[in-house]
Design a protein around this ligand. Sequence first.
Ligand SMILES: Nc1ncnc2c1ncn2[C@@H]1O[C@H](COP(=O)(O)OP(=O)(O)OP(=O)(O)O)[C@@H](O)[C@H]1O
Ligand SMILES: [Zn+2]
Length: 645
Amino acid sequence: MSTRPSPDPQKPFRLSRPGMSWIYIILFIVLIWLWFFKGQNTIQETTWKQFEEEMLVPKDVARLTVVNNARVEIYIREESLDKPLYKNIPRRLLNDEPVPGPHFYFNIGSVEIFHAELEKAQENLPGTEHVTVTYGTRENWWQNFLFLLPIIFLVLFWMFLLRRGIPGMKGKGTSIFNFGQSNARVIEKGTKSKITFKDVAGMEEAKEEIYELITFLKSPDKYKRLGAKMPKGVLLVGPPGTGKTLLAKAIAGEAGVPFFSLSGSEFVEMFVGVGASRMRDLFQKAKAKAPCIIFIDEIDTVGRARGKAHAFQANDERESTLNQLLAELDGFDTDAGVIVLAATNRGDVLDPALLRPGRFDRHIHLELPNLKEREAIFSVHLKPLQLSGDVNTAALAAQTPGFSGADIANICNEAALIAARREKQVVGKQDFMDAIDRVIGGLEKKSKIITPEEKRRIAYHEAGHVTASWYLEHAHPVLKVSIIPRGRSLGAAWYIPEERQIITRSEFFDAICTALGGRAAEELIFEEVSSNALDDLEKATKQAYNMVVNYGLGTTLRNISFYDSTGRTEQSLYRSYSERTAQKIDSEAQQIIDDAYDKTIQILLDHQDQLHALAKALIRKETLHRPDVEEILGARKKSEDHASP
Ligand SMILES: Nc1ncnc2c1ncn2[C@@H]1O[C@H](COP(=O)(O)OP(=O)(O)OP(=O)(O)O)[C@@H](O)[C@H]1O
Ligand SMILES: [Zn+2]
């Protein structure tokens, strides 16, 4: 999904104080108001004398209205409006024509006196026609309404923006005007999330883990009765496009509960103080609809460890949002039936407070799909397409190592588009080939792509680690090995973790051999080593120096430790040995590494067949678990039990 926005906690623009935003808005309204009223309904005041001499006598007056028995309004004849006297009367905003009146007014004390004066003034005028006088009352509400018109108009405009969102602003339905409102998109029960586990391929472990959540959401009472506490927060961690959002929606779909979702970046909006109130609002809405699911995507945007963000950035907004989230999480009971799911691809940057018990204490790790899972994902996304007979999901999966579920969805869509462009009736193999090429083109920039040759090397490398550890007496047994890239590394092997408190020299040594297994295998098989062993070499080297410098496990530097328990590590203190000793340390460490490497090579030579078999299985399946390894390498001789007798 090339258009997926990356979480971007840094907003370019931010007002510095809460409340400032309101000042801007009010200013805006006042300006509009002034503009609207500019000269519009302002009638000029005049005097009886001016009225009589300059308007009545020259016969400019069209008619008069006595309003509320207190004020006389003068309408000037249209023909007379060109006279210089009238050049200041208000004009219409749009076409600059003079307004039709009233144009002037003067106040009167009594209608009778006014009437008498008017008669007297007209008596001496030529012609018999007198000015028409009408009487009226003007309701104040009407005037007020006119006055309020621009405001009403503004409010309507405002509501319009609220519904539509402002073009160019972030997020659908988001606008600067719906401040504290969360735009949690709600999928109601009736129109509930149509996505179910059928749409989520692979991820069997993750699905199993969340099955419990679904049964809870379906019948929370059953759990309540037993007094069981459900987790409040579940964190989905995994690289982009591995289906975190999809999984969250599937949970809601399976359980048939409403799904509230909001992205972390939507909390950190333009205006300060918005994030926290959005968070409050989101939880309020959700609690009213319980049982339900709240899904917060890109939680790292708000949940980044406090005080660790960029120096330039005002963190208050993010921090207050995070604090609000913590408060909300603590504020509801698990019986409320609300489960908060959050997704991130950076589990390591999250604030520890978020991960404490009672908050996001359950973690589900999603990984890039292996061969079989990719095949399953292809099947899901191929279903809606009209395919020709030559399309083979297994072959497609084999061609897409390192691709995420989103990448695969992208390929399927791209293939259909290509076929349509070629005016074909069905999507064929070639369309997929071209789609893969195109998607690879996009991915290559992100250097996510592994060539088949690289894949072979990675497979042998990992197989080397596993084979070496398998036949080393004191190494940790392998649990799982994979050649699916994760983060910086291209493959990985997992071992049963260290439980020993005391490590013997042999155990140190075998650990170094295991670390060197990858490079040794590469040398044996490809007759050339590669850069693919950086982390291994770092580990082995540190271990070797550790043996010599700290634990006194060297051969000539026996029983000597340069360890400093005071922890002062300044150069002068740390190197409390002579230059000659330093050289000895270096050569001792090198010796250990050399010995370990020789031993590893020997083991791999002795078990070449197994190494090949393991590597081939890895190329085929990409991830092997312990039973698969056992099947290929045979049962491990040494007992797994490390508790020393
Ligand atoms: N296991 C899967 N099965 C089927 N489709 C998948 C799977 N994983 C991902 N997809 C496809 O990829 C799309 C994107 O996945 P999704 O948005 O859930 O990924 P994400 O992990 O939330 O990504 P991000 O970290 O970028 O938010 C999904 O809509 C779906 O079409
Ligand atoms: Zn390695």
